[in-house]
Design a protein around this ligand. Sequence first.
Ligand SMILES: Nc1ncnc2c1ncn2[C@@H]1O[C@H](COP(=O)(O)OP(=O)(O)O)[C@@H](O)[C@H]1O
Ligand SMILES: [Mg+2]
Length: 385
Amino acid sequence: MNAITVDNLVKEFDRKRAVDRVSFEIQEGELLVLVGPSGCGKTTTLRLLGGLEPVSAGEIRFGERVVNDIRPKDRNVAMVFQDYAIFPHLTVFENIAYGLRSRRTPRQVVRDRVPEAAKTFRIEHLLARKPRQLSGGERQRVALSRAMVRDASLYLYDEPLSNLDAQLRYQAREDILTLHREKGRPTIYVTHDQSEAMALGDRIAVMNAGRIQQVGSGADLYDRPVNVFVAYFIGTPSINLFELQVEVDGDRVLATGSGLRLELHPSMAGEARRYAGRKIKLGVRPEHLHVPRMAPFEVTDDTTIHGIVNLVEPTSAGSTVYLALSGDGAGSEPQDFVATFKVRLPARYLDQEIPLGVDMSKVHLFDAETGVSLLHGGETAAVPR
Ligand SMILES: Nc1ncnc2c1ncn2[C@@H]1O[C@H](COP(=O)(O)OP(=O)(O)O)[C@@H](O)[C@H]1O
Ligand SMILES: [Mg+2]
């Protein structure tokens, strides 16, 4: 049995759907990351789960019990909000104790558990202080301690680390994971940051415009995105997308246009053949473009694209290179794209045209109109029906 089941959940505000037929399950002990751009419906989904907002349609079940009409207090959900929501007039101790006290926890249990939770987040020396005497990071740790001190049926985190600087964020992320493993309770962690999602999630649900686009492991989302949205949202820098026409030439299937002429890999040619004469979007991740002599495959004319180097950014391990397609049709603005290399590209290449080998075995193909992948079916519906 699933610990938590969300079944075709809908939330409308003034007839506008903020959450549109969202379905997912969480197992006991699992942490699900919900990731998507600002305004896609993440907070609303959590508020529905916590009972802070009535649902418009659909069902939420804790185990077998439908909780749609159960009051927040009786759902036993612990929530950590982005803005902390800690009480300014209460000490750190009383803030952390708040959820326990409101559930009539015996005094001795409160006295034992609060310092224990505070210790986990390294704020045990601050228990007597008021929130205004704390830094932002410390306040956030009060909010985390307050949630973790309880034995809840479900833990909900709504972008709890977005106000912390990078160092504290890594630390707090580790703390959350450690505690999650100790408690072993179902948890949903919301973030708009795909790299945070990749770092945290057993399973990641990608959301856009109120809908779940795909649920899977980080590797699933990166290697087998079901649509253009997921492909573009996961991975940094983002995947390059070229709108091209499919051409069949005997045994070979090519994608052409914008001055490009690329032969599709045999593993994809079958699917692409059905698109003969039609438009597709060809997605190439920046790390799958290679300087020809360093490519892990044989680069030929049919797997090469040419670009003019606009900018070279050194990274810790190599470089990120911003280019514009050359050979693009006259008159139209040449399309920009990005490549990442494990080596530093010398500055003398600036403004020069360079050839790049495309690892055609790793590209992604999408229907140009619907954005749906030609290659990967999804666990869930890919685009609005
Ligand atoms: N109380 C509300 N009344 C009207 N519209 C709302 C309300 N809460 C959220 N929305 C709208 O619902 C959509 C989703 O919002 P939200 O769940 O906060 O997104 P996210 O957390 O992913 O940024 C947005 O378009 C937002 O403006
Ligand atoms: Mg939000």
